[in-house]
Ligand binder design. Structure first.
Ligand code: HEC
Length: 193
């Protein structure tokens, strides 16, 4: 009786392994889901930014903005079990320096932008294996809009009080000098499969 059980268990396990081995990764099954996370993250961030700009101007927005981005990252990790963040070659916060994968995709976005082929809804999704772990990685560009210039534009466009706070909080800030329509960076999502 016990023997039969063991054989049955082995069969089930073998079948499970066979199935997972044969299961092809179809990125289109995941693209919409990840794009949903990206949109939710950016919408929440923008609404906090707008609310604080209205209530306390760029000075309040600067201080709140940084905490909000980090807090949202943490919330998504807990609720959706994904890592979501913003990355940029010209980063303000050193936490947002791209890793190798993110850097490659950012170069690709830059190349597309240079040829006029980068769209707001361009997305990249790939399955990668890192340290023996299968992960899905998703990236989407972030473009500069007019309100962003108050904190990311030319020195003359950045609000003086905001500039002061940025200088104090981010001594290695590289995220200025942008124009509307520039590629600012990307949203980056990683999920363990
Ligand atoms: C009120 C000032 C302010 C405004 C307006 C603002 N940002 Fe930022 N931005 C910041 C601060 C502060 C950080 C650093 C956040 C952190 O510590 O994670 C930042 C970081 C970022 C990052 C992450 C990469 C990096 O540089 O560290 C991106 C991408 C970004 N901003 C895009 C935008 C876009 C796009 C807009 C317009 C829709 C915008 N920001 C408007 C203040 C601002």
């Amino acid at each position: 009786m016990k023997f039969k059980k063991i054989i049955l268990m082995s069969l089930v396990l073998a079948l499970l392994f066979a199935c997972s081995d044969n299961k092809e990764f179809n990125k289109e099954d995941y693209r919409a889901e990840f794009d949903g996370y990206a949109k939710e993250f950016m919408t929440e961030l923008k609404s906090v930014l707008q609310k604080n700009m209205k209530e306390g101007g760029p000075v309040k927005a600067v201080t709140v903005c940084s905490d909000t981005a980090q807090m949202l990252t943490q919330n998504f990790a807990e609720v959706e079990n994904i890592e979501i963040k913003r990355v940029s070659f010209k980063n303000r916060n050193p936490n947002n320096i791209p890793d190798e994968f993110e850097g490659d995709v950012l170069y690709e976005f830059e190349r597309l932008a240079a040829n006029g082929n980068l769209k707001k809804d361009t997305t990249v999704i790939k399955k990668v294996r890192e340290d023996g772990i299968d992960k899905i990685k998703f990236m989407k560009p972030i473009m500069v809009e007019a309100p962003c210039l108050l904190c990311h534009g030319q020195q003359t466009e950045i609000m003086p009080q905001a500039a002061e706070i940025i200088k104090n909080n981010y001594p290695y800030d590289k995220a200025t000098g942008y124009k509307v329509g520039d590629l600012r960076g990307a949203i980056s999502i990683t999920k363990i499969m």
